[in-house]
Design a protein around this ligand. Structure first.
Ligand SMILES: *Cc1c(COP(=O)(O)O)cnc(C)c1O
Length: 413
């Protein structure tokens, strides 16, 4: 027995310094939301910000807002607001386009910076878009792709071959929740003559990140997961200052030009992270992202990390007896902000998640067999962790998940 009770959880909530943030989110009654690692919850400030952008900036001020509302500089001003969350200087981050597009730009730029080498070293289990974009980039560049398990010894061996131009890894694995050692891997890559691109989709907003201190070359990440900016909001790209004059990305559009309003006929990239921009941005979505980033400006990420680890630890302890395999590393320093579990029967994962959703506990399922539960310290309470674990134990103990209605797959899992 774990000795964790709902009363003890309520006491932890009462003493939690992050507890007031919960009130800044819209959270439906009767729902324990453990899918903030897929789509973050709605901050209460967001609808007003979006309405103001649409009605005042667009409706009233019209085209003047490019100057008066700072529309033109949004990719940079939002990048500067995001920079502290990834340990970057304000001018090293730009917001724009999607994660996949930013990945493509970073990979091609890295290959061009390291012309004597032709291999992109990726990871076997990375998020599909990272794998697919790598395939597209290497095809375009006449390069080659190699994949390894970055949590095993193969990474060092692959780097030792001496032909790796760039390493692309996820900081936190989207399926297992494993957190990679960014300082060590970056150092190892650099020592072997390779550049690094980190995908921060499952770590930004979930734990402190130190891109500059680690000497990272490029990073990308999305804003709709732990940053809670909203569905489809733009991604960001980090370009280390030392590459601002030399990194060349392939989508050379006018927003990346050094003097865009000269309207000249030839591309000349800005000498800054702005050279990673391409064209006009979704400014309405940018307004939603800004509301989120203004909230995060008041958040101490060390506290977020502490609470995240306490919550994932508690959840693991509570569900351990039910006989699911723990996919996520048990060691806190190797864990992101999610707990992944697998049932011995791979067909059981999906219906278990569906049965939980019917009970108001929202997690998700990732093929082939992973039940994923994301923990977002800004709006989750310890009692929610307790209730979610209790629901999971009951769904398994009573075989509730075997009801055939839970086996029907929706388009999005
Ligand atoms: C969520 C996620 C993405 C998403 O890519 P989009 O272009 O925003 O759809 C990419 N990579 C990883 C590792 C992710 O977790």
């Amino acid at each position: 027995m774990t000795g964790i009770t709902r009363e003890k959880c309520a006491k932890l909530d009462a003493a939690d310094p992050l507890a007031p943030f919960r009130d800044e989110f819209v959270l439906p009654e009767g729902v324990v939301y453990l899918d903030g690692n897929s789509l973050g919850a709605l901050p209460k400030a967001t609808p007003g910000r979006v309405a103001d952008m649409v009605e005042r900036e667009w409706g009233r001020d019209l085209v003047r807002s490019w100057n008066t509302a700072g529309w033109w500089d949004k990719p940079r001003t939002l990048g500067a607001k995001l920079a502290p969350l990834v340990g970057a200087a304000p001018h090293e981050v730009v917001v724009g386009d999607g994660t996949s597009a930013n990945l493509f730009k970073a990979l091609v730029a890295a290959l061009r910076l390291n012309p004597g080498r032709r291999v992109v070293l990726g990871e076997t289990g990375n998020f599909p878009t990272d794998l697919y974009v790598t395939q597209g980039a290497v095809e375009l560049m006449g390069a080659a792709e190699r994949r390894v398990d970055p949590d095993g010894p193969e990474l060092a061996a692959a780097l030792g071959a001496g032909d790796v131009a760039v390493v692309l890894l996820s900081h936190v694995d989207y399926r297992t929740g494993a957190l990679r050692d960014m300082p060590a891997v970056t150092r190892m890559a650099h020592d072997s003559g390779a550049l690094v691109v980190w995908d921060l989709c499952h770590s930004v907003g979930a734990l402190p990140i130190e891109l500059s201190a680690c000497g990272v070359d490029f990073a990308v990440g999305c804003t709709y997961k732990y940053l809670n900016a909203g569905p489809g909001t733009p991604a960001f790209g980090y370009v280390a200052e030392r590459h601002h004059a030399t990194a060349r990305q392939p989508l050379s559009g006018w927003h990346g030009h050094i003097r865009p309003f000269d309207f000249t006929g030839d591309y000349e990239p800005a000498v800054s992270a702005s050279r990673f921009l391409s064209g006009s941005q979704p400014l309405i979505a940018d307004a939603a992202l800004e509301a989120s980033l203004d909230l995060f400006a008041r958040v101490d990420m060390r506290r977020v990390r502490e609470k995240s680890l306490a919550m994932t630890e508690m959840f693991i302890d509570l569900v351990e007896p039910v006989g699911l395999r723990l996919v996520t590393p048990r060691e806190p320093e190797r864990r992101g902000s999610q707990v992944a579990l697998a049932h011995p029967d791979p067909e059981a994962g999906y219906p278990i998640v569906q049965a939980l959703i019917t009970r108001g506990v929202i997690g998700d399922f990732r093929a082939p067999d992973v039940l994923r539960f994301g923990f977002t310290p800004l709006y989750l309470r310890y009692v929610d962790v307790f209730d979610a674990a209790t629901a999971l134990v009951e769904v398994l103990d009573t075989d509730e998940w075997r009801d055939p209605r839970f086996a029907e797959r929706a388009q999005v899992t």
